[in-house]
Design a protein around this ligand. Sequence first.
Ligand SMILES: NC(=O)c1ccc[n+]([C@@H]2O[C@H](COP(=O)([O-])OP(=O)(O)OC[C@H]3O[C@@H](n4cnc5c(N)ncnc54)[C@H](O)[C@@H]3O)[C@@H](O)[C@H]2O)c1
Length: 286
Amino acid sequence: MAGELDGRVAVVTGGASGIGRATVLRFLDAGARVVFGDLNERNAERLLDEVDDRSRLRFVRADVCEESEVAALVAAAADGFGRLDVMFNNAGVGGAFGPLTEIDAADWDRTFAVIGRGAFLGTKHAARAMIAGGGGGSIVNNASVAGLVGGGGPLAYSAAKAAVVSFTANAAVELAGHGIRVNAVCPGLVDTPLVMGKDEDSILERMATFQPWPRLGRPEDIAGLVLFLAGPDSAFVTGEAIRADGGMVAWGPRMTGTVDPRGLTRRYAGFADGSTGRPPTRRPLT
Ligand SMILES: NC(=O)c1ccc[n+]([C@@H]2O[C@H](COP(=O)([O-])OP(=O)(O)OC[C@H]3O[C@@H](n4cnc5c(N)ncnc54)[C@H](O)[C@@H]3O)[C@@H](O)[C@H]2O)c1
């Protein structure tokens, strides 16, 4: 069976770990040639060692905050592999944390540099290469549920991810005439070194209070969605920000009586008739 990305060339930033790494592997599986960038050369070497067909995979050390390095990363695909079809702006860090009254302005700026400036620079240089190639393309930005609602992550991180969601929509409008689609993925909690590690037990314990799906997200869950957005099946999808969060945002504020997947608030069924003067009906569930 032909792969969704046969003959295509993709760039992945932050490709040496977590979601980026899973996406590199998924793109290779789908037939693409891939250039991945990262700051962590050790993890990059590990990934390179894992892949049998090295003719379709290259690594370029590239900091997404540095314009010349992003340009060189894109050039490694456009010149080295002869074209660019897919750009996944994925690199990210947790960034500044703590109460907002304690956040250093420099740490705020660094957070926005990796997340906001990184997505902008990746999109800018990918779009240039795609426009020059004349064949359109697909750009995917890794945002987060933290960019959609409050309480999804540290303050600066969340604000920067919200910027990525807005940037995605506007870039999609601007690049549509060139046949370039721009979308964002908004992962919920995904099992990667970014969020797990020393707080792992506490995260797993608390998960049941904020996510209805009974397991953590896996990097492969997000890679599958990125592949869909990169490939031909999403040809009419652009300007979107698609959640892959195990229903976290859908679950919302969990007011009394709303669906509780663990059954704790659903011991009765019936009908509430509001202020009609008619009494509610209510029957216990066994
Ligand atoms: N894990 C989650 O729960 C989750 C949820 C929502 C969104 N995300 C987003 O997914 C993306 C990937 O995160 P992950 O969870 O796979 O984390 P990860 O730490 O496993 O991978 C992130 C990669 O980005 C690289 N990186 C960081 N700063 C960089 C820079 N300036 N230039 C180049 N590379 C850089 C890191 O070295 C690392 O290899 C991030 O944008 C993150 O915000 C993750």
